[in-house]
Design a protein around this ligand. Structure first.
Ligand code: NDP
Length: 334
């Protein structure tokens, strides 16, 4: 049976990616974790369909999401062929290539050989003839940038991707990538960096003298920021130990040193700021990443539909007062 699309006016706000024609929901769902084989397909299905019903029309993937690598795309492809059949054009689907996906020199990096064969494999797993956004997942210092960005241009001109984008490139490398793309007549509509109250690198100028926020703002590139909850740390989850169903208990991506006493002290102080706003910390954390107009969308992860709903409630959070922002800065900037 076909799944119900979000009602028009479901309340989801949208924002434009920089100066492009592309608009994104202010909150998007990433399928990095909780979409591999350890999670039953029924749970994956429930999460995606619930998010979609609530107006989340952007789903972010990468070739290597799972585990095993490829299984998140395969699971999403199953949904596209069943519950989401008929909804393809209402959805914004992204994928990426850059991290290790297969053996040998053609299984990772930024070469044309790897990026285009990986994109073809992603399309096969997803069962669609195009993705909406294709990312270079990370800068590859061993490949000329002209080759990496040229492969993105081919992805777009061949119709396999509608838009091209980069992820986790520094301000300097983003400036270089934008110049190469400009020469090719290719708009880079989005950049996907990490960003949270515990990870504010995009605000800080790098060796080029500029911050990624400034590069994105000046060039008209949208930012879609990932891990706004610092993988779950910016919540109440870890304040009394490590719950057995948590990411820290399951996945190597959240390591014990992340939960060192200094970090937990910061998290407690941030929880107090959130409490002053009458909010749980997770809601404040998601809302905070959206306070800068250069951020188009925030890319959350979720393991349960309740977490999806909690994170969506951040879109209705009140604006931050100067005092609240100062208190957050005092805890999160050295
Ligand atoms: P988050 O920071 O949102 O972390 C998600 C985790 O936080 C969940 O799995 C859950 O952990 C916990 N959580 C979520 N909502 C709540 C809540 N309301 N209250 C309490 N805990 C909550 O983001 P992710 O690290 O998952 O990243 C999001 C997406 O960003 C990815 O799926 C991917 O699409 C993208 N990404 C991109 C990268 C890149 O290199 N471009 C790298 C990493 C991510 P628990 O399971 O413990 O309950």
């Amino acid at each position: 049976m076909s799944h119900k699309a979000p009602e028009p006016g479901s309340g989801m706000p949208f924002a434009r990616a920089g100066r492009s024609g592309l608009v994104l929901p202010r909150l998007s769902l990433g399928l990095w974790q909780n979409f591999g084989e350890p999670t039953p397909f029924s749970a994956q299905r429930e999460l995606v369909l619930h998010a979609h019903e609530r107006g989340v029309v952007h789903f972010d993937l990468a070739n290597n999401y799972g585990p095993p690598p490829g299984s998140a795309e395969a699971a999403f492809g199953r949904l596209l062929a069943s519950d989401l059949r008929g909804h393809r054009d209402e959805l914004l689907i992204s994928t990426k290539a850059g991290y290790r996906m297969g053996p040998g020199p053609y299984g990772e990096g930024g070469s044309r050989k790897y990026l285009l064969s990986s994109l073809d494999a992603s399309l096969r797993r997803l069962g669609t003839d195009h993705v909406d956004v294709f990312y270079s997942h990370r800068f590859d210092p061993t490949t000329p940038l002209e080759e990496t960005i040229g492969a993105l241009a081919t992805a777009v001109s061949s119709g396999r991707a509608t838009y091209a984008a980069v992820s986790s490139y520094s301000a300097r490398r983003t400036t270089e990538a934008l110049a190469v793309a400009d020469d090719l007549g290719l708009p880079l509509v989005l950049h996907q960096p990490s960003y949270s109250m515990l990870n504010r690198w995009i605000e800080v100028p790098d060796a080029s003298g500029r911050s990624l926020l400034d590069v994105a703002g000046d060039s008209g590139t949208g930012l879609i920021v990932f891990s706004p909850l610092a993988q779950g740390m910016l919540s109440d989850r870890y304040l009394d130990g490590v719950p057995s169903d948590s990411r820290a208990a399951r996945s190597a991506s959240l390591r014990p040193e992340h939960l060192a006493p200094e970090n937990l002290a910061r998290i407690r102080a941030l929880r107090d700021v959130a409490a002053g706003r009458g909010e749980p910390l997770a809601r404040t954390a998601v809302a905070w990443t959206l306070r800068d107009p250069r951020v188009t969308s925030v890319l959350v992860g979720a393991r349960t539909t309740a977490q999806v709903d909690d994170n969506l409630s951040a879109l209705d959070a009140p604006p931050f007062t100067t005092d609240e922002l100062t208190a957050i800065d005092a805890v999160t900037t050295e």
